[in-house]
Design a protein around this ligand. Structure first.
Ligand code: TTP
Ligand code: MG
Length: 363
């Protein structure tokens, strides 16, 4: 996919800037967001504090020693999420091809865009301006023909930066780039690179693909391509997860009540494990039963609490099972899922009915 138009946007000192916006007394001051406790950690620091060496993931106590006037501000995650949504609303004015990387960072593919703007840099300028005007915050943007270069470009002139890497300038730019600044090169990889004599893009360019794969495995090919300004990965829009579930088909169909309860219990445990891994939070539990004749039913209930633990999922699962009349049919498959994500529920507060039981049969 050569020569796409990619923008990478990264908010500047995000949590700290939101706190400074909310409280004018903090503006222009060295602040760190985090808990002022013995084991507190800096989430992020304002650029004023960074001058003293304060940075993300540092101990709050160490940060206070480095920067004696440092003001520690507790975080307000819900507010940051709200601002993040507002930033995305601005992005969506231009394209729906948006890939969020974190709460304050995203790639936009504006090769085709809603205003038919020719130059990606003009879109980047407009986005930065709208973030300033509407949200009173600054962002840095990088523009190039792939994700790797757009990401590097956005970091190049931070804060409030805008930098373009044109296709014909990419090679000379990469050659001068310190290896630590390559996307995906963390401390450990940088050490390995140094060990094999690579400190910058020009030296990386002299390395064979075979050698890089020997040292770094699959990532070796990625670094090999990066050195040549190649990154074919598409901007992949995030698709919101609507539910988390699990189901099991039994080796032998179940007809015994005790067996059914035991298998239901196992399904609940598996569901909880998946909920934990995915961090999905929902309030509707759905039970699915498939019989040996392949007919299928579902029963669904919505709780007023978030379904995340055994103590609230197991009784609901049992009560759903209790609603079902199996009519002597044997059970081939049991499934449980949690849906109705917390965010959706917030949106539909008016329709919210506590402990509502819904029935839905499939044929
Ligand atoms: P970053 O974009 O890495 O940092 P930043 O926005 O604070 O600063 P800048 O982009 O200007 O360099 O992270 C975005 C937010 O994520 C950050 O404001 C706080 C949070 N965060 C943590 O909570 N812990 C961390 O270790 C990091 C890196 C970020
Ligand atoms: Mg940021």
């Amino acid at each position: 996919m050569p020569n796409r138009k990619i923008i990478h946007v990264d908010m500047d000192a995000f949590f700290a800037s939101v706190e400074q916006r909310e409280n004018p007394e903090l503006q222009g001051k060295a602040i760190a967001v985090g808990r002022d406790e013995e084991r507190g950690v800096v989430s992020t620091a304002s650029y004023e504090a960074r001058k003293f060496g304060v940075h993300s993931a540092m101990s709050i106590q160490v940060a206070k020693r480095m920067c004696p006037n440092l003001i520690i501000v507790p975080s307000h995650y819900e507010l940051y999420k709200k601002v993040s949504v507002q930033v995305h609303d601005i992005f969506r004015e231009y394209t729906d091809l948006i890939e969020p990387i974190s709460i304050d960072e995203a790639f936009l593919d504006v090769t085709v865009n809603k205003y038919n703007i020719e130059l990606a840099v003009d879109i980047a300028k407009e986005i930065k301006q709208k973030i300033k005007d509407r949200l009173h915050l600054t962002a840095s943007a990088g523009v190039s023909y792939n994700k790797f270069l757009a990401k590097i470009a956005s970091e190049y002139r931070k804060p409030d930066g805008l930098f373009v890497i044109h296709p014909d300038r990419a090679k000379s730019f990469i050659e001068k780039l310190p290896i630590e600044d390559f996307w995906g090169v963390g401390r450990k990889t940088a050490e390995k690179m140094h060990f094999i004599g690579i400190f910058n893009g020009a030296q990386l360019l002299t390395c064979s693909q075979k050698h890089l794969v020997e040292v770094f495995g699959k990532s070796g090919t990625i670094y090999y391509n990066f050195a040549r300004g190649i990154d074919d990965r598409a901007v992949e829009p995030y698709r919101e997860r609507k539910s988390v579930g699990c189901e099991q088909t039994f080796a032998k169909d179940l007809d015994d009540h005790v067996e059914i309860v035991i298998e239901l219990y196992h399904t609940v445990i598996e569901l909880i494990e998946r909920l934990r891994k995915s961090e999905f939070r929902g309030r509707t539990l759905t039970l699915k039963i498939k019989y040996s004749d392949f007919s299928q039913i579902t029963r669904r209930t919505t709780s007023n609490s978030i379904l995340f633990e055994k103590k609230n999922i197991l009784p609901l699962a049992k009560s759903l099972m209790h609603q079902v009349n199996n009519e002597g049919k044997r059970i081939r498959l049991l499934g449980l899922s949690v849906s109705n994500s917390v965010d959706e529920v917030e949106d539909n507060k008016g329709e919210w009915i506590e402990q509502e039981l819904e029935f839905e049969d499939w044929d």
